[in-house]
Ligand binder design. Structure first.
Ligand code: UDP
Length: 487
């Protein structure tokens, strides 16, 4: 009997994926949907009308190769404005106009599960009322989630004499030292009536939650994956780095948005450089740096004498409101010409093909704002990093990179600010230069950092291959969902 039932192929499991807006949320969720499709799941990405074209491009290759993956457009109620689904959309964008179309779709299709970004704060009750198992995606590492949870419970930052007095985060497996200046505003002044960071129910008691999908891999943060599961009690499937599902050049070039530079120009420039000689500088999809900060960066990069690719995204107005022109008037005199003529620096205005760049053998370092996706993409590419955190949970990620993993040097950014306001104290050019020299040098310390980063890059790749921990966690979630449906 066993052999007969074993030979009957099971119909594919049906999973829905509901990304939030903004690059740091949409990009990994699309990759997660692709990873599950590669494991034989029928994956449907739910999108507001404005997000559909970008998603469609990202999955076109998978569809051509016969994988079961598609985008479903959630039709908005008449006259409801479509939420801004641009890659630079704000983290507090209201997506609740999608509530009713989501509810109707779930009742009609009854998928085996929906993976939903925790920033759709309204979604828990809507989904639970339909009976569809709800898995949450937070976009953070287990390290950052665990640290933030310990902050929330123990409040070690209260009663300190200054913003810069160090304190240790209680109960974590390593001694993690922070200052109040590095904490997100929602830790310092939690909303009235509840001691809850954004994300709502995921981090409070939530008996209906099926579990959590994490974009990380076990060998990167084993003590924190265990802590997250065993001490914090989350059922977590750790399935990353999901960016590794982008294997060909085209996939990497259309990830998120079309790049502002064509891939040939970019690769030609990189091919002309020695291995490990280029520093890649990027601050993600959201952060708006102020002109003074960019000026200091430009001076620091030039003084370091290092080759670099610098992605200049949105620029904030000096008073922190609105955006400034991107014409380059904030750069030192003649900077762009000097960089172009010497072929030392490539400036990309807008969107860069980040994976393509990071994985190129000429790239030997990454100056990053420590967004979790960028961090993990740096790790997967085996490059050491210069940490330049700005906002969100980026200061926690900095601790993981530098103090726990020993694969990065700090730039000296020490004050948290909102993603759209000016940095409080810009990192001065001398510090930028010193950090670049420390990372890209041929010293024993730099070589050791590079060796560790390379080692982790190999482990990242093994994790997503057959026999690896992330591969196994994807299969484990699929199995659980099948069992749950049968029961
Ligand atoms: N990204 C990119 N090109 C850019 C800027 C960002 O491909 O020019 C991608 C990057 O690879 C990452 C995501 O956008 O996958 C940014 O996410 P992250 O968590 O690093 O930062 P956030 O944008 O959320 O601050």
């Amino acid at each position: 009997m066993g052999s007969i039932s074993a030979s009957v192929p099971l119909p594919p499991l049906e999973m829905f994926f509901f990304p939030f807006v903004g690059g740091g949320h949409q990009i990994p969720m699309v990759d997660i949907a692709r990873v599950f499709a590669a494991h034989g799941v029928s994956s449907t990405i739910l999108a507001a009308p404005s997000a559909v074209p970008a998603f469609q491009k990202s999955i076109a290759g998978d569809q051509r190769s016969g994988r079961l993956i598609r985008v479903y457009t959630l039709q908005l109620p008449e006259n409801a404005p479509s939420p801004d689904a641009d890659m630079s959309a704000a983290p507090f964008t209201d997506t609740s106009a999608l509530q009713e179309p989501l509810r109707e779709l779930l009742l009609e299709r009854k998928p085996h599960c929906i993976v939903v970004d925790m920033f759709h704060r309204w979604s828990g009750e809507v989904i639970d009322a339909t009976g569809v198992p709800r898995v949450v995606f937070s976009g953070n590492a287990c390290f950052a989630r665990s640290a933030q949870e310990m902050m929330r419970i123990h409040n070690p930052h209260e009663g300190l004499s200054s913003e810069f007095e160090p304190f240790v985060i209680p109960r974590l497996p390593d001694k993690i030292v922070m200052t109040r200046s590095q904490l997100p505003h929602f830790h310092k002044s939690p909303p009235a009536g509840g001691n809850q960071p954004p994300g709502g129910r995921l981090w409070g008691p939530d008996k209906n939650l099926f579990g959590v999908v994490v974009n990380s891999f076990y060998d990167l943060e084993p003590k924190y994956v265990d802590f997250f599961r065993n001490e914090l009690g989350h059922r977590a499937w750790v399935v990353g780095p999901v960016s590794l599902c982008n294997q060909d050049v085209k996939d990497k070039a259309v990830r998120g948005k079309d790049s502002s530079i064509d891939e040939e120009t970019c690769l030609k420039w990189l091919n002309s450089k020695e291995p490990d000689s280029v520093l890649y500088v990027s601050f993600g999809s959201l952060a708006r740096l102020a002109p003074i900060q960019l000026l200091e960066l430009a001076h620091g990069l030039e003084a370091s004498g290092q080759n670099f690719i610098w992605v200049v995204g949105k620029i904030s107005d000096s008073d922190g409101n609105g955006e400034k022109s991107e014409d380059g008037s904030w750069l030192p005199d003649g900077f762009e010409e000097r960089m172009r003529e010497s072929e030392r620096g490539l400036i990309i205005r807008g969107w860069a093909p980040q994976l393509l760049i990071l994985e190129h053998p000429s790239v030997g370092g990454f100056m990053t704002h420590c967004g979790w996706n960028s961090t993990l993409e740096g790790v997967s590419s085996g490059v050491p990093m210069i940490t330049y955190p700005i906002s969100a949970e980026q200061f926690f990620n900095e601790k993981l990179i530098t103090d726990v993993l020993g694969i990065g040097v700090k730039s000296g950014s020490i004050e948290w600010s909102k993603w759209d306001t000016e940095l409080r104290e810009p990192v001065r050019r001398e510090k930028v230069e010193a950090a670049v020299r420390a990372l890209m040098a041929s010293s024993a310390e730099a070589a050791e950092m590079r060796r560790r980063a390379n080692e982790l890059g190999k482990k990242a790749r093994s994790a997503v291959e057959k026999g690896g921990s992330s591969y196994a966690d994807v299969e484990a979630l699929i199995d659980e969902l099948r069992r749950c449906k049968r029961n």
